[in-house]
Design a protein around this ligand. Sequence first.
Ligand code: SF4
Length: 210
Amino acid sequence: MRLAHHHELVARLRRPGPDDPWRVLCSGCLFGWPCGVDGTSNGEYPGAMRFLAHPAVRAVPFCPEDHALGTPRNTPDLHGGDGFAVLRGTARARDQHGTDITEAMLAGARAMLAHARAHAVDWALLMDMSGACGSQVISEGCRFDAERRYQRGVGVATAMLLEAGIPVVSQRDFHCHELLWQRLEPDHRVDASAVDHHETAWYRAAFGGS
Ligand code: SF4
């Protein structure tokens, strides 16, 4: 149910309107909350904000790491697999000091899923590269290692949302965003040059593929 990998799913989303907006779960930091590990919003994301401010969209922000670990906090990363592997018990979440924070990350993910269900969200727009919210690429092991390594995969909260059937797209999946805009505004002209994160030169260089 990762929308960037299954574009046809966008057409199956109900058509929203101001009287019945899409309810979009979003990473709190994408919405401007200062919930990043360092107490910032991890930068600015005007494209995501433009989406979330649309009259036919109601943003449902949440930060699973802030919920479970507070802010500021140490930096979680996944070791030995992605969020699905954490759910299966074959990978762990650790901070940069090596402390095992798997249970806290699972608690944050459960809280995010409960929040999503309480608001009956239609889909989710999440911050990629995060050990909680990532949906395309996350770090393999600690991101502060001398040579940062990456893995294709999802964060712990994203894995739980996907298993519950909630479609997810990242802030970097620009092709998919174009299709979502067209669903939102039928007159929208899709920018054919827009690509999703897994279609970028960086991704291909990192993981191969055409
Ligand atoms: S856990 Fe998610 S919402 Fe919270 S700061 Fe990280 S990416 Fe943003």
